[in-house]
Design a protein around this ligand. Structure first.
Ligand SMILES: CC(=O)SCCNC(=O)CCNC(=O)[C@H](O)C(C)(C)COP(=O)(O)OP(=O)(O)OC[C@H]1O[C@@H](n2cnc3c(N)ncnc32)[C@H](O)[C@@H]1OP(=O)(O)O
Ligand SMILES: CC(C)C(=O)C(=O)O
Ligand SMILES: [Mg+2]
Length: 579
C-alpha cells in the first residue's frame, strides 16, 4: 500500500510563454456560443434523451438565443440519426441557427454522418481524434505521423462528401481531443495539416476547437496553451478559435474566461454545466458573468427558472441550490449581517442607480426572480432581516428600537422550533405579540373634546375593558394620547411616551393606520412598545398605548399586576363629561 498516494501523480509542466499577453486583456464582447447539450451533455446521461426530450431541449436552446447547436452524434444510434432527420424534414431549424454534429475520424461513421445531414441548409461537421501521448500510445497505437494521417484522411473525406451535397452550406470543425495534454507543437501541426486540406475562406471559416477534454492544470496554464495556439496557427484569420473546457478541477469557467482573453473567439459548453464527468463548462454562468460586467451576452436568461426546469426535466439531473445564478438559494441571505446590509442597500437605492446592493452581485429580477426569497429568517438572522420581510411583504416599517425588541421575540420562537420562519409567520408573531395584546386592558370606544377655555387642551373620555369588565377613563392633555395616558394615571405606573409614530398601512384589502408607541415606566427597565391597527388613527394610537401597557403588566409579577389594575378600577372620573 502506498503511504503517499499523491506520489502517483505528476505535476503539469508550465508552458514557456514569457511574453504572454492574456493577463492584461479584458473580455469586452461575448464569444460565439455553441451548445453541446444535445451531444456532450446527452452522452453523459444515465439515460440519454429520447426524441421528445431532445426536441424540447432544442427548442429551449433556440429560445435562449443559441445560434450554433451541436445536436448529436448521428452515427451513434438510430435515435441520434432520427432526431437529426426529424429536425431537417420537419423544418424545425430557424434560419439563423446552424446545426453541428460530431463524428470520430472513422470512415463509415463520417459517411453515416453525412447521410444524416441530407437536405440541411447549413451544417457544421465536427471531427475529432485524440492527440495526447497516452491516447496515441494506449488507445490508438499510433505515432505522431499516424495520428496526423488519421486526422487528415478524415478531413479529406469530409471535404469530398460535402462537395457531393453542394446545396448545403457546409462548415468544418476539427478538435485535437485532449488538447490540454497534447504537446503544443504537435497540436499546432495537426491542426495546420487539417486546415491545409480544408482551405478555409473568409466566408467559410473553419473552427479549430481546443478541448480541455480533461482539465489537467490551473486555468492560467490553459490560457497559455490557447494563446500559444492563437499565435502559432496558420490560417488564423480564416479560423474561428474555439475552446471546449470540461470541469475536472472545478475551473471550467475560469478556463473559458481566460481562454477568451488568450484569443478564443468561441466557447462550447452546456447549460448549467451538464456533460461528461464533472461536466462541460456552464454556458449560463459564462453568459451571466458577462451580463454583470455590463456586457449583453446575446443569450436570454431572463426566465432562468423556466430554462432550468426544462434542463432538469430533459437531463433528469438536479441543479444544486447553490448553483451560480440559477440555484434556489443564490439570491438568499439567512445571516443577520448580510440581511442588514441588503436591507440598507435596497433602501438607499434609487431607480436610476447602477446596481450596487451589498451581497447581491445582480438584481434577481433580471433572471425573473422576485425579491421574496432575498431574505429568509432563521436562527442565524437578526433584526434587519425580520424588519425587511415586514417592510417588503406587509408595508410595516418598524422603528429601530422596536426592531431590536421584536427580533428577540422572533428569536425566542425560532429557538423553540429550530427552523426557518416565513414572512407570514413573522407577521403572525408580530400581531400576536403587539396588535393582539388586548389583555387585561382592551379598547372599547373613546371621544374627545376641546377643554373649555383652554384651546390647546383635549379632554378624552374612553371606555376600556379591564379583564372584560368595562370601565370609564377620563383625562386631558395636549393630544388624545397624552389625555389617554392621563386617564390611565390611576394605574400608578408612571407611564411616559418616549416615542410615537403613525403610518398608513395598505396590505391586501386593508386600508388602515398603524400606530406604534414606545413607553417607559418606573417598574420596568428600558422601554416597551405597543402597536395598534385601526382605520381611525386616534383609535389605533389608543390601542397601541393599551398594547404597550398590557406588555408592561406581563413583565410584572401577577400580584403586582393585579395590584395596579385594582387601583385603576377604583379610580373615580377626574373630569366631568361635557358632551
Ligand atoms: C471527448 C468526447 O466526448 S468524444 C465523443 C464521445 N462520444 C461517444 O462516444 C458517444 C457515441 N459513441 C458511440 O455510440 C460509439 O462509441 C460509436 C458508435 C461511435 C462507435 O462504437 P464502436 O464501433 O463499438 O467502437 P467503440 O465505442 O468501442 O470505439 C472505440 C474504437 O473507436 C476508435 N476511436 C475512438 N475515437 C476515435 C476517433 N476520434 N477517431 C477515430 N477512431 C476513434 C478507438 O480507437 C476504437 O477503435 P478499435 O475498436 O479499433 O480499438
Ligand atoms: C469531441 C470533443 C470536442 C470533446 O467533447 C472533448 O474533447 O471533450
Ligand atoms: Mg467534451
Amino acid at each position: 500500500m502506498l503511504t503517499h498516494p499523491e506520489t502517483k501523480y505528476q505535476p503539469f509542466q508550465p508552458i514557456h510563454l514569457p511574453d504572454r499577453r492574456w493577463p492584461s486583456q479584458t473580455i469586452t464582447q461575448p464569444p460565439v456560443w455553441l451548445s453541446t447539450d444535445l451531444r456532450d451533455g446527452n452522452q453523459a446521461l444515465i439515460e440519454p434523451m429520447d426524441l421528445a426530450r431532445k426536441l424540447r431541449l432544442f427548442q429551449t436552446l433556440v429560445e435562449v438565443g443559441l445560434k450554433e447547436i451541436e445536436i448529436g452524434f448521428p452515427a451513434a444510434s438510430q435515435t441520434e440519426f432520427g432526431f437529426i432527420r426529424h429536425l431537417i424534414e420537419q423544418r424545425l431549424i430557424p434560419d439563423d441557427v446552424t446545426l453541428q454534429v460530431l463524428t470520430p475520424a472513422r470512415e463509415p461513421l463520417i459517411r453515416r454522418t453525412f447521410e444524416s445531414l441530407q437536405g440541411a441548409e447549413r451544417a457544421i461537421v465536427h471531427v475529432y481524434n485524440a492527440t495526447a501521448p497516452v491516447f496515441r500510445q494506449v488507445v490508438f497505437g499510433l505515432d505522431q505521423a499516424g495520428t496526423v494521417q488519421l486526422a487528415t484522411s478524415a478531413a479529406q473525406l469530409i471535404k469530398d462528401l460535402a462537395a457531393e451535397q453542394p446545396q448545403t452550406h457546409w462548415r468544418f470543425e476539427y478538435s485535437p481531443e485532449v488538447f490540454t495534454s497534447t504537446e503544443l507543437p504537435f497540436a499546432r501541426d495537426i491542426c495546420n495539416a487539417v486546415l491545409d486540406i480544408w482551405q478555409p475562406s473568409p466566408d467559410r471559416k473553419a473552427v479549430i476547437n481546443l478541448p480541455a477534454s480533461v482539465e489537467v492544470a490551473t486555468p492560467n496554464v490553459f490560457a497559455d496553451q490557447v494563446e500559444w495556439m492563437h499565435r502559432q496557427l496558420n490560417w488564423r484569420d480564416r479560423v474561428v478559435l474555439s475552446v471546449h473546457p470540461h470541469n475536472d478541477r472545478g475551473c471550467g469557467i475560469a478556463a473559458a474566461e481566460l481562454g477568451q482573453m488568450a484569443g478564443a473567439d468561441r466557447v462550447e459548453g452546456c447549460l448549467f454545466g451538464n456533460g461528461e464527468r464533472t461536466g462541460n463548462v456552464d454556458l449560463v454562468i459564462l453568459a451571466m458573468n458577462l451580463y454583470t460586467q455590463g456586457i449583453h451576452p446575446g443569450l436570454d436568461f431572463s426566465q432562468i427558472d423556466r430554462v432550468a426546469q426544462v434542463v432538469k426535466d430533459c437531463t433528469q439531473l438536479p441543479i444544486h441550490p447553490r448553483h451560480p445564478y440559477a440555484g434556489d438559494l443564490v439570491f438568499t441571505a439567512f445571516s443577520g449581517s448580510h440581511q442588514d446590509a441588503i436591507r440598507k442597500g435596497f433602501a438607499a437605492r434609487q431607480p436610476e442607480d447602477r446596481w450596487n446592493v451589498p451581497y447581491l452581485p445582480m438584481d434577481p429580477a433580471d433572471v425573473g426572480r422576485s425579491y421574496e426569497s432575498v431574505v429568509r429568517v432563521n436562527s442565524q438572522s437578526g433584526k434587519g432581516g425580520i424588519a425587511f420581510l415586514l417592510e417588503q411583504d406587509y408595508g410595516v416599517v418598524l422603528p429601530r428600537r422596536l426592531q431590536i425588541e421584536f427580533s428577540q421575540v422572533v428569536q425566542r420562537v425560532m429557538d423553540a422550533s429550530g427552523r426557518e420562519v416565513s414572512a407570514a409567520e413573522i407577521w403572525q408573531i408580530f400581531q400576536t405579540e403587539y396588535v393582539q395584546a388586548t389583555e387585561p386592558l382592551a379598547y372599547d370606544w373613546h371621544k374627545t373634546v376641546r377643554a373649555e377655555d383652554r384651546a390647546q387642551t383635549e379632554v378624552l373620555t374612553a371606555q376600556i375593558k379591564v379583564q372584560g369588565q368595562p370601565i370609564r377613563l377620563q383625562g386631558q392633555g395636549n393630544g388624545p394620547i397624552d389625555a389617554f395616558i392621563d386617564g390611565l394615571a390611576g394605574l400608578d405606573l408612571d407611564i411616559r411616551i418616549r416615542h410615537y409614530e403613525e403610518r398608513s398601512l395598505t396590505y391586501g384589502s386593508w386600508a388602515s393606520a398603524i400606530a406604534i408607541v414606545e413607553i417607559t415606566s418606573d417598574p420596568v427597565e428600558g422601554s416597551l412598545h405597543g402597536v395598534g391597527i385601526h382605520e381611525n388613527i386616534v383609535t389605533a394610537s389608543l390601542m397601541a398605548v393599551l398594547s404597550a401597557v398590557n406588555r408592561l403588566l406581563k413583565q410584572l409579577s401577577p400580584e403586582a399586576a393585579t395590584r395596579f389594575l385594582k387601583r385603576l378600577t377604583t379610580q373615580p372620573l377626574t373630569i366631568p363629561i361635557t358632551q
